[in-house]
Design a protein around this ligand. Sequence first.
Ligand SMILES: [Zn+2]
Ligand SMILES: [Zn+2]
Length: 280
Amino acid sequence: MFRIGAHVSISGGVAKAVDREREVGGNCGQIFVGSPRGWAVSEVDEDDADAFVEAAGAQDVGPWIVHGTYLVNLATPKDDLAAKSLDTVQAELDAAAALDIPYYVFHPGAHTGAGEETGIQNVGERLSELDVPAGVTLLLENTAGKGTTVGTHFADLDQMVAVSAHDYDDLGVCLDTCHLYAAGYDFTTEAGMAEMIEDLDATIGVENVHYLHLNDSKHPLGSEKDEHEHLGEGEIGEEGFRRFINHAALREKPMVLETPEDEKGYAWNVEKARELRDEE
Ligand SMILES: [Zn+2]
Ligand SMILES: [Zn+2]
């Protein structure tokens, strides 16, 4: 079954996220468990968690994924920032477990001048310090390559996993289409898509990609800029998404939207994704 949803708010209680998902026509979804631009992670209330699990099960909305705060930086050369980041990632992982959510995704961070190799090494070593709860897979998100961010290429993400004491049982990858395109992966052509899947297979392995972020890109191929656009209205375009959404290696994976929250909204984008999806 096509699993498509959007990033929704948990305000008023996590169970409300399930209703919000249904309102935009989604059947899986993503949430934050704290402020996306703060360090604090909300304590998960047990009744609230029960209500969420029950609502998600009853309405068949899932799998869910928790997105980590944007402040986290495991690539940093600064030990204090790394320590703070690890505390927050651990709290977010624990919140995912408390909510029975199988995936947690975060952006690896930026090396801020220490060098890309050092940044990748830092992420790998710090991942080792995390206790990944049973039932949760920690996903690294590919980045657009802006500034000194690390994790732009498949081999870089694979290297982080190789360095860490964890393996692909606990870790995995979430691919964002806007970031892929901005990083220079042109999956909009048949040859480009074949090359990208080949690269994926030679590094991370397609089976270790557990979730997909569907966002069009405001900026051209290889621009390294991270600005999302509505599906089909950016540089990737409708045909690019048709190719991505239906590809045999990707079509069974759950997909969530992080498109602009303007008057079009998520409902329009969920509808667009369904329109581009070929019959099973
Ligand atoms: Zn993200
Ligand atoms: Zn982005």
